[in-house]
Write a protein of this length. Structure first.
Length: 87
């Protein structure tokens, strides 16, 4: 439910890091790994499905907004994710 802004003790600007600040240049990542990195987590960190879903809700739009910075590698099979890396 919406809340009046004054009910919050503090607000801050919503900022996102650039792809170059998050990813290593010579490495390709799945969207799941990118989602973890955006939160400052190790890309191999195990997460429960609900948390991973929330992180993907942030990561997928970030990837789309920054699409000009990425290259894509198709998955090796239909049941695996694709990989993204810096151009």
């Amino acid at each position: 439910m919406p809340r009046p802004k004054e009910t919050f003790e503090r607000t801050q600007p919503l900022t996102f890091k650039s792809p170059e600040e998050v990813l290593e240049e010579e490495t390709m990542y799945t969207t799941y790994e990118i989602a973890r990195l955006l939160q400052g987590l190790d890309p191999g960190w195990e997460l429960d499905a609900e948390t991973e879903s929330v992180l993907l809700d942030w990561a997928i739009p970030w990837i789309m907004v920054n699409a000009d910075s990425f290259v894509f590698a198709a998955p090796e099979s239909d049941d695996e994710p694709g990989y993204y890396g810096l151009k």
